[in-house]
Design a protein around this ligand. Structure first.
Ligand SMILES: NC(=O)c1ccc[n+]([C@@H]2O[C@H](COP(=O)([O-])OP(=O)(O)OC[C@H]3O[C@@H](n4cnc5c(N)ncnc54)[C@H](O)[C@@H]3O)[C@@H](O)[C@H]2O)c1
Length: 309
């Protein structure tokens, strides 16, 4: 991406796993050129077919990625490089340096890292301003959120404008934080879900249902702050805080801190296997993708019908 022109046509996907495949499907569906590289030959060979599978849910005219012959070649013409390599800081540190050294000067590198911070993984690159944390939410071809953080506000703003232009909903972080925003919120919820399981309060199936049949429905429409604003009835958030603020404090004091030991892991695996009995993973993926598309159609209708909040 040129800092002056801000136009992105050519995207390089580095790391062709779950996230690399999904991103490639999304960008191809947006009519952009996609080149890909992965050090694993089997990941490269199966890439095009896996991307085509993700494109089904997008109902887009299938386009094909170009598989590069080397990492260096893959970034030679890139405007934007989307890094989706394993979540290992030393690996990303070296990779980001290699990518920046081989890429055109104008190219920006967007790292999909789920938890790592810019100051950790981009500390050794020549121009850290051209590396941006750009964390998608899985699966990126169907979930619009992208969380951005970088030390050069100009580069971040231009990248945010690009993502918005291609239909994503960027959130720009004012400062970096391990796990960014959405994963911290998800982790807080999952920590408590694990604690409830460990304490024998309910089964995996019922804890999941307590989210999907309850607060999960509201969260697709309003985040935690607006949810509690309405929880205060006619008095809104002020009344909520006066009335139920102390109850939150009471609950917070009892939240668990489970240790992810072998026993808990075993309990989780057995609970999930029992909850998904008879359902193949492929079927669960397809069900999730179809519902994600339907949900977004519903919330888009709502956004058109009403004034944005
Ligand atoms: N899976 C998720 O839910 C999710 C969501 C958002 C962000 N992320 C982030 O995306 C990144 C990729 O995660 P994933 O789930 O796609 O992992 P994955 O294991 O599915 O894929 C990783 C890919 O990277 C390749 N790889 C290995 N070494 C490499 C190297 N040196 N250079 C380039 N590629 C290399 C592997 O061969 C593999 O194909 C991680 O940083 C992760 O934190 C994951």
């Amino acid at each position: 991406m040129s800092r002056d022109k801000g136009k992105i046509h050519s995207i390089t996907i580095i790391g062709c796993g779950t996230i690399g495949v999904s991103w490639a499907a999304y960008f191809l569906a947006q009519g952009l050129d996609v080149t890909a590289w992965d050090p694993s030959a089997s990941a490269r060979e199966s890439f095009t077919a896996r991307v085509a599978l993700d494109m089904v849910a997008l109902e887009a005219i299938p386009g094909e990625p170009t598989i590069a012959s080397s990492q260096e070649q893959s970034v030679g013409e890139a405007d934007l490089i989307v890094e989706n390599a394993p979540e290992i800081s030393e690996l990303k540190r070296t990779l980001l340096c290699d990518l920046q050294n081989a890429a055109p000067v104008h190219a920006v590198i967007a790292s999909s890292t789920s938890s790592l911070m810019h100051s950790d993984i981009a500390q050794d690159v020549g121009d850290p301003g051209r590396v941006v944390i750009a964390h998608p939410f899985n699966p990126p071809h169907l979930v619009p959120l992208i969380e951005l953080y970088g030390p050069d506000p100009d580069v971040v703003q231009r990248l945010a404008a690009f993502y918005q232009e291609v239909g994503k909903q960027p959130v720009v972080m004012r400062r970096e934080m391990i796990g960014h925003i959405a994963n911290r919120l998800s982790s807080a919820l999952w920590r408590e879900a694990l604690y409830l399981l460990q304490e024998g309060v309910a089964s995996v199936e019922d804890i999941d249902r307590a989210v999907t049949a309850g607060p999960g429905l509201r969260w697709a429409i309003q985040g935690p702050f607006l949810t509690y604003h309405l929880g205060g009835g006619q008095g809104g958030i002020r009344h909520y805080l006066e009335h139920l603020g102390p109850s939150q404090q009471y609950r917070w004091a009892s939240l668990g801190e489970p240790l992810m030991d072998d026993e808990l892991q075993q309990q989780v695996v057995e609970g999930v296997e029992s909850a998904t009995q008879g359902h193949e993973l492929e079927k669960l993926f397809a069900q999730r993708d179809a519902m994600l598309v339907a949900l977004q159609k519903a919330t888009r209708v709502k956004a058109k019908e009403e004034e944005p909040i």
